[in-house]
Structure formats: structure tokens, C-alpha cells
Design a protein around this ligand. Structure first.
Ligand code: DI6
Ligand code: FE
Length: 397
């Protein structure tokens, strides 16, 4: 298949803002065979069936590299409580927050979890998303963590998307281990990680390094276990305060450190040296009324790649729109529209350890989004507007 009359935004490194007008893309099976200006199209492709895109913008399909979209129940009541003055941490310490979603997720059937998750996945697909990371972490016992991860894997059988799973057993201390986080890590979290890995359910290992969750020593044990199993790591770090998570993530060569509102310049330097991507989550920043923005300038000056994601979850970021996350990345975190688009394509792919997507180039997956827009900045600039014209996943329209 040949796409022609496209305005290509290839997202190749160095291509910067450059658009390829009168562009063409040759799709072969699930891959991109060729991409470039139509007048340079090799003659062997001239006879292909073509689709005329009437000058529309074509980007790589978007990648949401940080979500918690498999969960039971909702937390609208907690939203109200926060508006009445309670903080996210107070609610968590009183047994609400993540733990209230744990109760609902343990109670829910796998079928119900899948049905609910698919409504969120469908909202993402409708905005051109082709790859979604999904975390566990609302089970906190072996049975429910495995249930969540199996549901996450089943999404791929129901919808044309790629799902990458992250094991987040170290998300919160469950009520049955209150005050005993070490015992939880050693007797539940690590054995569950091994069981989930043996079942092929884990693509990466995540944790929540924060006062209200786990300290660095506990997270380091989880990361060491991941390393022993040959799995890459990532980490929720420096979201609510500076706890040293970003440096720890860098020390383990993490794919990404995520949130990072309270990260310091020295963290940026260590992340750059380790090649760890900074995943920024403006939906949580916005929802929690945070005023300290992540150190975007330091990430820029040290050359840390920045990704953007929804953090779709029922508590701190009830957001399914990656386009709105791009807008918030620009408006709230002062990223440029170019950085926002890199953050949901090329750099999001890196945050997931994927080297076959996030750019339009030969050999890469034919996951593309076609937009009714003239310039890529429009994707970040407009609010509450969905310009998706067509989505191509694995070469299929
Ligand atoms: N940080 C987050 O933003 C989510 N998890 C985490 O570690 C929030 C999870 C929740 O509030 O349910
Ligand atoms: Fe998160």
C-alpha cells in the first residue's frame, strides 16, 4: 500500500520541525518499507494501490508510555475530598487513595476489569494511540496482581494496539502488611514478580519510591530482583518530594524515571549519563494542584530525553487523552510543541525499550496517525479537540 499526498512528520532524530510536503509512505505487511518525498519514490513502488491523503499530516501513531488503566471502581469521592481541603497524602495515610482502588480491584472479576479498561483504551485509540504501557499495582497480592496483568495482556487480543506491561507490586503497602513494608516486599512482592515473569506477563518492573510508599532500600531490592530476572526497570520518582528515586533509577540503568516534579539538577545529570528517559505526567501535576514543575530546563541542558504520558489512573490522573497531556506539557510544564510530540512518539518508545516505532522510517512498524491538521503544533495547541482522521496500526487502516 502507498500513502501519498501526505505531509510527513517523521520524528527522526535531527529532523526537528522539518515537514516533508508531498510525502509518500510505502507500507509492506506490518512494516514501513519506504518514506520520503513522492518525487523520490523508487520506481518499483509506482504500481502500488495508493491512498490520497489530501495533504494531511502523518505522524507516527502515538505511544502512551505510563498508564494504570486496569483498575476497579473510581475515586470521584476522593476528588471531592481534595477540593474540600484534604491532601493526596492525607487520604493515602487514612487508608484511601491507592488502597481504596486495591479493594475494588481485588473484588472485580477479570471480565469486569477488562470491560472497564477497554473503554479507556478505546478513548486512547480514538486519538491515534497505537502502543500503551499498563501497570499492575492495584492488587498487592499475588492473585490480584496476576489478574491485572493477564487482563492487560488480553487487551491486545481485543483491540489493535500493542500493550507493554509493567509490574508495579511495590506501589503501596497493602492493609494486611500495614507497618511492615519489608515483609510485604520479601514475602509477596518479589515472589509475585517471579511468578508473573514465569507466566510471561512482565515486560518491565516499576515501583513507587516516596514517603507514602517504599524507601530506596526496598525499591533497590525490587530492582535487583528485576535485574536477576533480566527485566528492565523504571520508577515513579520525586513526585511528592525529593526521595532519591531518580538517582536510584539511573544507578540501575532504568528505562525511565517518571513524574520528577522534585528532581534536582544532579538527578538530571545522572539520568543523562544512564540514558534514563524523564517521563513527565502533567495530568497528575494538574489534578493534584502541584505548583512545583519538573526541571525541564535541566533535562534539556543535560540532554535527558523527555517523554509525556497520561498516567491514566483513578486517583491522581483520571486522564485518557494523550493530546490533552501534550497541551498540558506545553502550557503547564513549558515544553515546546515539538518536544511534546517527541514525548509521545520517539522518546515514549525509548521509555518502553522499543526500537521499532515512534518514527516514520524504513523497517519501523507501520503504526501511523493521519491528522486533519496543517502543522504538528496544532496537536498540542488546541484543547478538547480531536483531529484524528485515520489510524494505521501494523499496516492496517
Ligand atoms: N503515582 C501516581 O501518580 C499513581 N501511582 C503512583 O505511584 C497514582 C495512583 C493512584 O492514586 O491510584
Ligand atoms: Fe503512575
Amino acid at each position: 500500500m502507498l500513502l501519498k499526498n501526505a505531509t510527513l512528520v517523521t520524528m527522526q532524530p535531527g529532523a526537528k520541525d522539518r515537514l516533508v510536503p508531498d510525502g509518500a509512505v510505502v507500507l509492506e505487511g506490518e512494516r514501513i518499507r519506504w518514506a520520503g518525498p513522492l518525487d523520490a519514490l523508487p520506481s518499483e513502488h509506482h504500481q502500488l494501490d495508493d491512498i490520497d491523503l489530501a495533504g494531511r499530516l502523518v505522524t507516527p501513531a502515538l505511544i502512551d508510555c505510563h498508564t494504570h488503566l486496569v483498575y476497579g471502581g473510581d475515586r470521584a469521592g476522593e476528588f471531592e475530598a481534595r477540593l474540600n481541603g484534604a491532601s493526596y497524602q492525607q487520604i493515602a495515610r487514612a487508608g484511601g487513595g491507592i488502597l481504596s482502588t486495591v479493594t475494588e480491584t481485588r473484588r472485580a472479576s477479570a471480565e469486569q476489569l477488562l470491560t472497564d479498561a477497554l473503554t479507556r483504551v478505546d478513548a486512547m485509540i480514538a486519538q491515534g494511540v497505537g502502543t500503551i504501557e499498563v501497570k499492575s499495582g492495584y492488587g498487592l497480592d499475588q492473585e490480584t496482581e496476576l489478574k491485572m496483568l493477564r487482563v492487560a495482556r488480553r487487551i491486545e487480543t481485543q483491540r489493535p494496539v500493542t500493550i507493554k506491561t509493567s509490574f508495579l507490586g511495590a506501589h503501596a503497602v497493602p492493609p494486611e502488611f500495614a507497618g511492615k513494608p519489608d515483609a510485604y516486599i520479601d514475602t509477596v512482592c518479589l515472589p509475585t514478580l517471579r511468578a508473573a515473569t514465569a507466566e510471561g506477563l512482565v515486560d518491565a518492573v516499576d515501583g513507587f519510591c516516596e514517603d507514602i510508599a517504599f524507601d530506596r532500600d526496598q525499591i533497590a531490592r525490587v530492582m535487583q530482583c528485576a535485574a536477576d530476572l533480566g527485566l528492565p526497570v523504571k520508577l515513579h520518582a520525586e513526585q511528592l518530594g525529593h526521595g532519591g528515586g531518580a538517582a536510584l533509577a539511573a544507578r540501575f540503568g532504568a528505562l525511565s524515571a517518571d513524574h520528577l516534579e522534585y528532581a534536582a539538577e544532579a538527578d538530571a545529570a545522572q539520568m543523562a549519563a544512564a540514558g534514563t528517559v524523564a517521563v513527565l505526567l502533567p495530568g497528575a501535576f494538574y489534578t493534584l494542584g502541584e505548583t512545583q514543575a519538573p526541571p525541564v530546563d535541566a533535562f534539556r541542558s543535560h540532554g535527558v530525553a523527555m517523554a509525556l504520558a497520561t498516567d491514566c489512573n483513578p486517583g491522581s490522573s483520571p486522564l485518557a487523552s494523550l493530546l490533552l497531556a501534550m497541551n498540558m506539557g506545553c502550557t503547564l510544564l513549558r515544553m515546546t510543541p515539538q518536544e511534546a510530540l517527541e514525548g509521545v512518539t520517539r522518546h515514549a518508545a525509548r521509555a518502553l525499550g522499543l526500537s521499532d516505532r515512534g518514527q516514520i522510517r524504513p523497517g519501523y512498524r507501520a503504526d501511523l496517525a493521519v491528522w486533519d491538521a496543517a502543522h504538528p503544533a496544532e496537536l498540542s495547541y488546541r484543547i478538547g479537540w480531536n483531529p484524528l482522521y485515520k489510524r494505521i496500526f501494523g499496516g492496517a487502516l
